[in-house]
Design a protein around this ligand. Structure first.
Ligand SMILES: *Cc1c(COP(=O)(O)O)cnc(C)c1O
Length: 234
């Protein structure tokens, strides 16, 4: 029989702690339940277990669920189009997918309109796969300079990245190490007082390795809610 959300979360919590004990960084790790395509009753089950942070990649879906559960923390984890920013700007706790100056400009403008600041992570294309979004690691220092100088309603909290899918999970480790090094590099430049301390990395397939390498947020969907059914209209 399929395991319940609660059973899955019990096991994951145990494995997160196990991975944390292997990390030399002694960091806190926040579990973000990726609820894309998942019904609200499953979201409620995860919340019953104590999960307060949920990730969505489609702004419309984020909005709809944030309306049902306004007190939870909603994370925009997928590519964000500029024309969608205004809809989610005051509903979202953290945008994980900031990857262009144009997008930063729009987020900043909409945040200013509402007189709020918005926390963002810079998405890095760490695997350099064509299909993946994100900034090239070599342009991130310049990007942090630009955003922190020009877009005062954005607070850059850290970096987000995805390792390529690897059957041999151990092969993902180098990507997570690179993310951690990149964050240290940015902090060492002392750019306009910006200090990054969040690393959103690790998904169902590789989160334990990501935590061992310093992840402070892992984004898990399939492991919590089961395989996604994409054509369902929810
Ligand atoms: C879907 C998604 C996840 C979760 O993936 P799983 O493999 O189901 O854990 C994490 N991050 C992003 C950006 C996603 O789009």
């Amino acid at each position: 029989m399929e395991k319940t959300v609660k059973e899955n979360l019990e096991k994951i919590s145990y494995l997160i702690n196990e991975a944390k004990s292997k990390s030399k960084y002694n960091q806190d790790v926040k579990l973000i339940a990726v609820s894309k395509t998942v019904d609200v009753d499953k979201v409620a089950e995860a919340a019953d277990f104590g999960i307060m942070d949920f990730g969505e990649n489609k702004p419309q879906e984020l909005l709809r669920k944030a309306e049902v559960f306004p007190s939870y923390n909603w994370h925009q984890i997928g590519t964000l189009q500029k024309n969608k920013v205004k809809h989610i700007i005051d509903k979202v706790k953290l945008i994980h997918s900031l990857d262009s100056v144009d997008l930063a400009k729009e987020i900043d403008k909409r945040a200013k309109d509402k007189d709020i600041t918005i926390q963002c992570l810079i998405q890095i294309n760490i695997s350099k796969e064509e299909s993946k979004h994100g900034l090239d690691e070599n342009s991130v220092v310049e990007f942090v300079k630009q955003v922190s100088e020009n877009y005062k309603n954005i607070i850059i909290k850290g970096l987000m990245g995805m390792a390529p899918y690897e059957v041999e999970k151990e092969n993902t480790r180098i990507y997570f190490k690179k993310m951690k090094e990149l964050m240290s590099l940015i902090n060492s430049k002392n750019i306009n007082g910006v200090i990054l301390d969040e690393l959103s990395m690790g998904m169902s397939n590789d989160y334990q390795i990501a935590i061992e390498e310093g992840a402070t947020m892992v984004r898990l969907g399939t492991l919590i809610f089961g395989e996604r059914i994409y054509n369902k209209n929810i």
